[in-house]
Write a protein that binds this ligand. Structure first.
Ligand code: PEP
Ligand code: MG
Length: 854
């Protein structure tokens, strides 16, 4: 039956009744499904989102018709029903309708203690949550007899409101409904649910249900049951049952509860009441199969009779969510594509990194940007050297820097986490940490004193070198002390889901990997090759930095050649190793990109050390450093500009790549390397470098008497390169869009400094999101679309990809797929996220097509 009038709309929950998730909420719809399964659900009425909005707006209501549904003098429960259970809602109110008369009746039927307790709980909840009276006035200590506590609560109510406690069920119910409706429309509640992904205008439905009492002469009680472990997702019967318990008390009060299944530690429902237990588990199984989800079922036993009050999706960890989705698909309950669609791609990172246990107590020290996920515990160190010492001692450490520079890479490798005061999601620390799979928080609310080796948090608390902290890279927080961690898991269920994902996705996923360790990780995460190998990182390893610096300081062409000839075998062995690990999969190697000063020390002590190492006067060293320094290095002599000005470097790199190709092809699968030119803005740059690289290839073929092929491509990361892609494409086998630099240049926004104001910008809606994190589809996206279309038109077979950080971002992958890109490339740990996100696009399309056919 449905009632419609101007002020209130409600619907009795029956098999056939117009109830939908988007009009009455998930709980209402779920209850209707339970009714359709013939489960014993008490009389229930659902109020629609519209009705609840009207209530909140103060529309007058005629509630007597609704109340008639429940017979004379009912006792009712009111519960929220939002569209998505994760969006929350106001707490449930039990025993609405309780008054002196009902209290007297229940004293006869249930006994005075139970009746007193019921009435007391209702008066307390009504006073605190509905009338919003001072909770202190209604607190009772357990030593006070319930009868006295009830009397004092009723007195307190009258004192505070100057009215006796309302005896009329209509008055109580209207107030309860209106109060819950208003709680939902309040600003705090709105912000909270928006943070969980709810739209600003999300509606709330309300459920009014006849109370069932788990109290009686025969077997009576209340309980909850679910069929999985909420941490692991493993199948097992979990829950509890409390005898002579009212309503939902078994959910909250865990004292004197019984086990559900046979247990040596105490009595259980299975042993004491096998028939009821059997009935209960059968009903819960039915819910799982028919509602196609793992459900937490709330039940009452009333004098040997089972009643099902409610069922909600089991609240579970990401790991359990994944396992149960796969298990439901394997049991034939949901299609594989649904299992894929149920897992938020980002939640995979939780499985692949150790995580800070969300249930563990945490003491916050500083908040920042969550730059690389996962959790780590270690002692604070303030320099790369200290990090290396710590690692050598076998002690886990967290590296703290104002911001990191390339010379910190070794320190980052030695640390279990990185914390910086400055930076944004594509700053150096963030990019490198993500690549290494090390948790990282950047732009943290703290001040660092490198001299004293201290950090001071926003609340004035100071930590010293050696102090223990926990870094939560997923939440963007630094915590004081050692916090409990959860281990990573790449189990059968994960592998199975990813196999299904790979079987349907139609955009490739490669990894950005610079070192053999990264490459091994990329393979492990099933990347389809390396989409970006940033060669500069190889020059910071071991003793190479010194040779690199000698090359930079070379006074003559001969001296430079000499240093370069020492770098060549090192690079060659790097590439052989990468090719070996990738076993014939494509490896895209980017020629040197950063400005040379990044290889030089940034302080006086470092300059002095360098002067000693090179046997040069300190003044020569500082002069050279000054000469190389630029006002705006990110727009200065870097990328292809470096290659054209100092061709020896690119020549050496090309030779190392080709010689490695020949060597690695002897060892295993044939290698077709990809050579990529960074920071191009004009076609002529490509022509010049192509001539150089082709020349080296011809020379190597000649010298070695061996054949090989390679592909030369261009990084499109300046706006001009995107606009002139048709010219550039004529000389390139592939175009890889570097969306980090492209975003930086499209906005005129420094990657390394944007963190300072990004929060303010996002909070005030200047940018909807940090564009270094989520692709700016409107502006940068347009450059990508233009570049891709022009490149493709000039050279239809050209391979198009995105290798900026956005490549691992689920929303950006949707954009890239729609714009016709062939692959995305991202940090190894984001490869599984990208694989699943790409598969979801196909699964969602197929589902939409199926639905439209129906
Ligand atoms: C880019 O700019 O998007 C890119 C991938 O290169 P890098 O981050 O090394 O500048
Ligand atoms: Mg770049």
């Amino acid at each position: 039956m449905q009632q419609n009038n101007d002020s209130l709309e409600y619907t009795r929950i029956r098999r056939v009744a117009p109830i939908a998730v988007n009009t009455h909420g998930g709980r209402a719809k779920c209850l209707q499904r339970l009714v359709r399964l013939d489960l014993p659900v008490p009389e229930t009425v659902a109020l629609s989102f519209d009705a609840v909005r009207k209530l909140a707006d103060g529309h007058p209501l005629d509630i007597s018709a609704l109340l008639k549904t429940f017979g004379d003098a009912p006792l009712l429960t009111v519960r929220p029903s939002s569209e998505d259970p994760d969006w929350g809602g106001p707490g449930a109110m039990l025993n609405v309708g309780m008054n002196d008369q009902r209290h007297a009746e229940l004293t006869q039927t249930l006994g005075p203690d139970t009746a007193d307790a019921l009435y007391l709980r209702f008066v307390q909840a009504y006073a605190i949550h509905i009338e919003r009276l001072d909770p202190e006035e209604f607190e009772n200590d357990s030593a006070t007899p319930v009868r006295l506590a009830l009397k004092s609560a009723l007195d307190a109510y009258e004192n505070e409101t100057d009215e006796p406690f309302p005896q009329d069920v209509e008055t109580q119910l209207i107030k309860v409904l209106r109060s819950m409706a208003r709680a939902w429309s309040g600003t705090t509640a709105r912000l909270l649910r928006q943070a969980k992904g709810a739209p600003a205008d999300a509606g709330l439905g309300l459920i009014v249900q006849a109370m069932s009492f788990g109290v009686g002469a025969d077997e009576s009680g209340a309980g909850v049951i679910q069929l999985i472990d909420e941490e692991t997702g493993a199948p097992l019967i979990r829950g509890r049952y409390k005898r002579q318990a009212i309503g939902r008390s078994a959910l909250t009060d865990k004292t004197d509860v019984m086990y559900l299944t046979h247990d040596a530690r105490g009595p259980s429902l299975e042993v004491d009441c096998p028939a009821l237990f059997e009935q209960l588990t059968t009903m819960t199984q039915l819910c799982r199969v028919k509602l196609r989800e793992e459900m937490l079922v709330e039940f009452i036993i009333e004098n040997n009779k089972l009643v099902i009050l409610d069922a909600v999706r089991v609240q579970r960890s990401s790991r359990a969510a994944l396992r149960s989705a796969v298990q439901l698909a394997e049991d034939g309950i949901i299609p594989k594509s649904d299992a894929l669609l149920r897992i938020p791609p980002r939640s995979l990172t939780e499985l692949l990194h150790p995580q800070v246990d969300p249930t563990a107590p945490r003491v916050a020290f500083a908040k920042g940007i969550a730059a690389s996920p996962g959790g780590a515990v270690g002692r604070l160190v303030f320099s790369s050297a200290a990090a290396q010492v710590s690692e050598a001692r076998g002690e886990a450490c967290i590296l703290v820097r104002r911001e990191t520079a390339p010379e910190d890479i070794r320190g980052m490798h030695s640390s279990v986490g990185v914390l910086t005061e400055r930076g944004g999601v594509t700053s150096h620390a963030a990019v490198i940490a993500r690549g290494m799979g090390v948790p990282c928080v950047v732009g943290a609310s703290m001040t660092i004193n490198s001299r004293k080796k201290t950090i001071t948090g926003a609340n004035g608390q100071t930590l010293n070198e050696g102090d223990m902290i926990t870094l939560d890279g997923s939440a963007g927080e630094a915590l004081i002390g050692e916090t409990k961690m959860l281990p990573p898991s790449k189990d059968y269920w994960y592998l199975q889901l990813m196999e299904w994902a790979d079987a349907i996705r139609d955009i490739d996923v490669r990894a950005n990997a610079d070192t053999p360790a990264d490459a091994a990780m990329a393979r492990d995460f099933k990347a389809q090759g390396i989409g970006l190998c940033r060669t500069e990182h190889m020059f910071f390893e071991g003793d190479r930095l010194t040779v690199m610096r000698e090359m930079i300081f070379a006074a003559t062409h001969e001296d430079r050649q000499e240093a370069i000839s020492r770098l060549l075998p090192m690079q060659r062995s790097d590439f052989i190793e990468l090719f070996r690990i990738m076993q014939g999969q494509p490896v895209c190697i980017r020629l040197l990109d950063p400005p040379l000063h990044e290889f030089l020390p940034s302080d006086r002590a470092g300059a002095k050390e360098l002067a000693e190492a090179l046997d040069l006067p300190l003044s020569d060293v500082t002069r050279r450093i000054e000469w190389l320094s630029e006002f705006n290095p990110m727009l200065g002599m870097r990328g292809v500009r470096l290659g054209i000005t100092f061709p020896e470097i690119y020549e050496m790199q090309a030779r190392a790549i080709f010689e490695a190709t020949i060597e690695a092809s002897k060892l295993g699968a044939p290698v077709v390397p990809e050579v990529m030119i960074p920071l191009v803005s004009a076609m002529r740059e490509v022509e010049l470098v192509k001539t150089l690289v082709d020349g080296v290839a011809a020379a190597v073929r000649n010298e070695k008497g061996a054949e090989f092929t390679y592909r030369l491509g261009v990084m499109v990361e300046t706006p001009r390169a995107a606009l002139r892609a048709h010219e550039i494409a004529q000389h390139a086998a592939f175009l890889s869009f570097g969306t980090n630099d492209l975003t930086q240049m499209a906005y005129g926004l420094s990657r390394d400094d944007a963190g300072r104001f990004m929060n303010a910008y996002v909070q005030q809606g200047v940018f909807p999101e940090d564009p270094f994190h989520t692709l700016d589809v409107d502006g940068v996206g347009e450059l990508l679309t233009i570049g891709a279309a022009r490149g493709r038109k000039a050279s239809p077979k050209i391979v198009l990809s995105v290798c900026g950080e956005h490549g691992g971002n689920p929303e950006s992958i949707a954009f890239c797929r729609a714009a016709g890109f062939d692959y995305v490339s991202c940090s190894p740990f984001r490869v599984p996220v990208a694989r699943l996100a790409a598969a979801q696009l196909v699964a969602a399309e197929a589902k939409a097509t199926n639905l439209s056919r129906k």
